[in-house]
Write a protein that binds this ligand. Structure first.
Ligand code: UD1
Ligand code: UDP
Length: 374
């Protein structure tokens, strides 16, 4: 079960792997439709189809809207389908509401990308609580890294229920990036210019934080004519309005529609560096050797910071502009340090390990799968 763009991207490798074992698994794909167009983009790019779509999305939906709709619609569906296990992913409101509905039906629950933590209730909001609550309700935990396993152990989750698998984001990335990739968006960038890829959508960054970051981008571009920005703007009307207001008069900031995942991964690979408040992008960029300025005050992905690829810069105008300038400076030492490819999030075989863990859980295999060491 999933409902938004990032969940679909990271569930796709698991669906493919499950479908390769029809003798053992019947795979039923249920989408809540928390996202509409952005979910559809992923389903099309990865050639996935949903068996059930709850179609909950509303313009400017509140957290209660999503939670209540998913709960009500899933109650009937779960009673009808009676699955042996439900798999959810990550930390969205779909994740939490689907987990609660599954618990109410007393059906086993597996949490993919379990154990990420900032330990700060309101940052990111509501994701930190969505994932903690989902972990309270789960029976099987697919922790992407050793660190996420430790976080689960700290909350007294029993070790035999936790499998360290790597993140399926890396499985997905292996299918999408190609050397000779071309896209019309790239033709907007004059030859020799350096490309910054920007994304920003988090609820806690709506308003002043976004205004400050966008102002920093304008400040830096004003001073440095060698830089252009591509910003695929999230379809949230509040984000759209802020992006338009900040960048409508800046011809070197290219506001484009959300890109499909194949286009986006390849643009990441072609960029000079990335600025984002996204969770998933923080996992993908280290694998591509792209420096990332993380536009947040906290991150649940400390592995990328330790690896040196991510820098947590927050959202203050002066700080963001200063960090951009440091990365853009001639012979920047910071750039050289951050642009080293590292892969703290997986080896591209996470989905296989998750399937093996499910087989073990149902006693289809006697051997417990080995954890990914990283
Ligand atoms: C959601 C998740 C967030 C995740 C993000 C990924 C929650 C509370 N938030 O945030 O954790 O990082 O997805 O992108 O679960 N919209 C469209 N079409 C779409 C998608 C969104 O029009 O395809 C608009 C709608 O007006 C919608 C609004 O965007 O009401 C916000 O969408 P929502 O899913 O509530 O929040 P996100 O910010 O996307
Ligand atoms: N992504 C995409 N198109 C875009 C922007 C992002 O396909 O225009 C992908 C990105 O590669 C990553 C995922 O969407 O896999 C991240 O989604 P998002 O930033 O919306 O959510 P988060 O990861 O923050 O929950």
């Amino acid at each position: 079960m999933f409902g938004t763009r990032p969940e679909a991207i990271k569930m796709a490798p698991i669906i493919y792997s499950l479908q390769q074992h029809p003798d053992k698994f019947e795979t039923i794909v249920t989408v809540t439709g928390q996202h509409r167009e952005m979910l559809e983009q992923v389903m099309t790019a990865f050639k996935l189809s949903a068996d059930y779509n709850l179609q909950v999305m509303q313009q400017n939906q509140t957290l209660s809207d999503i939670t209540a709709n998913v709960l009500q619609k899933l109650e009937k569906l779960l009673q009808q389908v009676k699955p042996d296990i439900v798999l959810v992913h990550g930390d969205t409101t779909t994740t939490f509401a689907a987990s609660l509905a599954t618990f109410y039906e007393k059906i086993p629950l597996g949490h993919v990308e379990a154990g990420l933590r900032t330990w700060n209730k309101y940052s990111p909001f509501p994701e930190e609580m969505n994932r903690q609550l989902t972990d309270v309700l789960s029976d099987l935990y697919f922790a992407p890294t050793k660190k996420s396993r430790e976080n689960l152990l700290a909350q007294k989750i029993s070790a035999d229920k936790i499998f360290v698998t790597g993140n399926t984001a890396i499985d997905a990335l292996k299918q999408t990036v190609s050397e000779d990739y071309q896209h019309e968006t790239l033709t907007k960038i004059a030859p020799g210019q350096r490309l910054i890829l920007l994304t920003m959508h988090r609820r806690e960054n709506l308003g002043l934080p976004m205004k400050q970051v966008f102002a920093a981008v304008n400040d830096v571009l004003h001073q440095d004519p060698t830089v252009e920005v591509i910003y695929p703007v999230h379809l949230n009307p509040k984000v759209q309005a802020l992006a338009q207001a900040a960048f409508a008069d800046n011809p070197r900031v290219h506001l484009v529609k959300p890109l499909d995942v194949i286009d986006f991964h390849n643009l990441c690979a072609k960029s000079y560096f990335i600025m984002t408040d996204s969770g998933g992008v923080q996992e993908e960029a280290p694998a591509l050797g792209k420096p990332v300025l993380v536009l947040r005050d906290t991150t649940e992905r400390p592995e990328g910071i330790t690896a040196g690829t991510l820098k947590l810069v927050g959202t203050k105008r002066t700080v963001v502009a200063e960090m951009m300038q440091q990365l853009l400076a001639k012979d920047s030492k910071l750039y050289q340090t951050m642009a080293k490819a590292a892969n703290p999030y997986g080896d591209g075989h996470a989905a296989e390990r998750i399937i093996a863990a499910i087989e073990y859980y149902f006693k289809l295999e006697q051997q417990r799968p080995t954890d990914w060491i990283g």
